[in-house]
Design a protein around this ligand. Structure first.
Ligand code: ASP
Length: 355
């Protein structure tokens, strides 16, 4: 072999090795799908029945149902869990966040998709939004109809999710949720309908973008701090502190608050009426919880608008934290993470304004 031929062969080998390192394929981005279960992986006896079981089929079945994704990305799958998201847990959150952080560091991966149930998707999404370290797209998707249903919505949602995860323009937008063509930010998204395919809304914050058959349009970046800029980390964390949500109603049984404290809650979130209000006896129980060192966040069961400081409840006097625009479930997520670092109520109030 002549010297110029040898140089050519070596250069080609180096180029191919570089491409393999950078993305697995010379022409297509590499996307990893992490499956956790949900209706998207659910199955029923017939195509038209309402009853079904979540988390039945594995990630390979989900991938095989959308052969079109091979045109936009090289896709591999991993099964992180296979549960209905009503059974989502701190343990799965930690496992998922740690695996995503490994993939964020891998030069062979361009983007990550997570399949999940719709019920608690917004909680997992917000948890990941605060604990993922890296700018590569992390896109969650789900379905309202099981994989076996007539007009199942899972395949198109997976197709769009892969298209976003493979899209360099999606970098740095925090954890995104795509369903029914809409791209939501993890902080703002909420499930609004028990059965409709168009269940996810971002209300006052608005959509991050849209994806139509994998053609993505972006409208904005999320305003609140997330992922690489977040101070929260799951590294070395094996357990999260217990935080309970107390749903406030007229004449609520205030001893539920005492029971949560007795059973080991380190934090409480009240899903208050109106602007995070609660009955007199509930407020007394909150004060006694705070005296015992429990951190209490006031949120609201009202779906939109913010819970503000010192409106009808004097947070300054009582020692409570106002959740702002975070709903009770998401306030619980932030409080769990905040309690890993501090119990100082001013510092935690600042977290609720930043994240
Ligand atoms: N219960 C299901 C779940 O969250 C509902 C769904 O995925 O749509 O896993």
């Amino acid at each position: 072999m002549r010297i110029y031929q040898a140089v050519f062969v070596v250069s080609l080998a180096l180029l191919l090795a570089g491409l393999a390192q950078a993305g697995g394929h010379a022409d297509k981005p590499t996307v990893v799908i992490l499956a956790t279960g949900g209706t998207i992986a659910g199955s029923a006896e017939t195509q038209t029945q309402a009853g079904y079981t979540s988390g039945q089929v594995g990630v390979e079945v989900l991938i095989d149902a959308v052969p079109q994704i091979a045109e936009i990305a090289t896709v591999t799958g991993e099964q992180i869990a296979n549960v209905g998201s009503q059974d989502m847990s701190d343990e799965i959150w930690l496992k998922l966040a740690k695996r995503i952080n490994e993939l964020q560091k891998s030069a062979a991966v361009d983007g990550i998709v997570i399949t999940h149930g719709t019920d608690t998707l917004e909680e997992t999404g917000y948890f990941l939004n605060l604990t993922v370290k890296g700018d590569k797209p992390v896109v969650m998707t789900a379905a309202m109809r099981p994989s076996t249903a007539l007009s199942a919505d899972g395949p198109i949602n997976i197709f769009n999710a892969v298209a976003i995860a493979a899209d360099p323009q999606a970098n740095g937008r925090g954890v995104m949720i795509v369903a029914n063509d809409h791209i939501h930010g993890a902080r703002s998204v909420t499930k609004t309908n028990t059965t409709a395919v168009h269940t996810f809304e971002s209300s006052e914050s608005g959509l991050l973008g849209e994806s139509l058959y994998g053609k993505n349009r972006y409208y904005r970046y999320p305003y609140r701090t997330h992922t690489t800029d977040s101070e929260f980390s799951v590294e070395g964390v094996e357990k999260l502190p217990r935080v309970d949500v107390i749903y406030i109603t007229a004449d609520v049984s205030a001893d539920l608050i005492d029971a949560a404290v007795k059973n080991g809650a380190k934090g409480l979130v009240t899903a208050g009426v109106g602007n995070g209000n609660m009955t007199g006896p509930a407020l007394e129980a909150v004060k006694s919880a705070i005296n015992k060192g429990v951190v209490v966040v006031r949120s609201s069961r009202v779906p939109t608008g913010a819970t503000g400081r010192n409106v009808e409840v004097s947070d300054d006097e009582v020692g409570t934290i106002a959740s702002g625009s975070l709903n009770p479930a998401k306030a619980r997520v932030l409080l769990k993470l905040a309690l890993l670092n501090t119990t100082d109520i001013q510092a935690i109030q600042a977290d609720f304004e930043l994240y």
